[in-house]
Design a protein around this ligand. Structure first.
Ligand code: C5P
Length: 291
């Protein structure tokens, strides 16, 4: 039976700005997204002759349509009216869950790209992104990958020059905050500090890594409860002390990351953070997904 194994890469937000609340309850965003090599692995098998079956290495994850990977498969089949004669999805999760790194959206995007290839559907990347938008706001970006400006709900994508080669140290503190709650907190305040997205885009065009890293900023850091904010600040301090060119929180958090031009410095930051934070990673920047 046809089988394909595919990577589902995590993303970082180099910037995240919330422009306002929309009539549909979502928010207009402006974000510079970057994919990294840290990834989940998804094994797809079609023609199993049985209804959709999903398994995962994490017992607490749902293995039905509540999981974005399964939801994406069902949405794709519905959209193209295809029947793959039974499907099995096996998910090996490495990207932290509920961490602001679009792990679930990356899984969904990988299923869309994988089934498109496995079943020879011949759908364009744009069509896959459209279908992805019906599964979750970050899925269109995850279909594409690389360095991208995402606007609107997250579905309006503009390719950007690749981030210059660098190393990323990621650290997820031991708390989680619900995404809707954080958006609610943003609605309740007047943001005084916003990312310099235009400046960051100019630095990207100039291939100026420290210019990019210096301008990384996420408005959600403004609205974390004070103790949580202090944890994020403490992790950023460790990253900067070890030579990170810049550090920020990703998505709605709580993962914090730093960018380094030196592998040795990144290794030292990673070693220190790992002592207190189990979910710490040293990874590399990734380019656009190859369909
Ligand atoms: O689309 P997704 O399911 O990933 O969104 C999760 C939640 O994040 C939404 O229910 C909404 O509260 C919030 N969200 C938003 N505006 C966006 C994206 C997400 O308000 N552009």
């Amino acid at each position: 039976m046809p089988v394909l194994e595919i990577k589902a890469r995590a993303k970082l937000n180099l910037t995240l700005d919330v422009l306002g609340r929309r009539p549909d309850g979502f928010h207009d965003l402006r974000m510079v997204m970057q994919s990294v090599e840290l990834c989940d692995t998804i094994r797809l098998e079609t023609g199993t002759g049985r209804p959709l079956r999903m398994t995962s290495n994490l017992g607490f994850l749902p293995c039905n349509e509540k999981n974005l990977a399964a939801a994406a498969a069902l949405r794709l089949m519905e959209a193209v009216g295809a029947d793959c004669g039974g499907l099995a999805i096996d998910l090996k999760k490495r990207v932290p869950v509920c961490a602001g790194m679009a792990g679930g959206s990356a899984d969904a995007a990988a299923v869309l790209r994988g089934l498109n290839a496995l079943l020879g559907l011949g759908l364009s990347r744009e069509r896959l992104e459209e279908i992805g938008a019906q599964v979750g706001s970050d899925v269109p970006y995850c279909v594409r990958g690389g360095t991208v400006l995402a606007e609107g709900r997250g579905e309006r994508l503009t390719d950007l020059p690749c981030l210059p080669e660098c190393h990323a140290v990621l650290c997820k503190p031991g708390f989680s905050i619900s995404t809707p709650e954080l958006f609610g907190r943003i609605d309740a305040v007047r943001l005084r500090c916003r990312p310099d997205t235009a400046g960051l885009l100019s630095a990207l065009r100039a291939g100026d890594l420290s210019g990019v890293a210096r301008r990384m900023y996420n408005v959600f850091e403004n609205v974390l409860p004070p103790r949580r904010g202090a944890e994020v600040t403490a992790i950023k301090r460790v990253l900067i002390q070890h030579g990170a060119l810049g550090a920020s929180m990703s998505g709605t958090g709580p993962t914090v990351f730093g960018l380094f031009d030196s592998r040795e410095a990144a290794q030292r930051a990673y070693a220190e953070l790992r002592e207190n934070h189990r979910e710490s990673f040293l990874t590399e920047i990734a380019g656009p997904e190859q369909l």
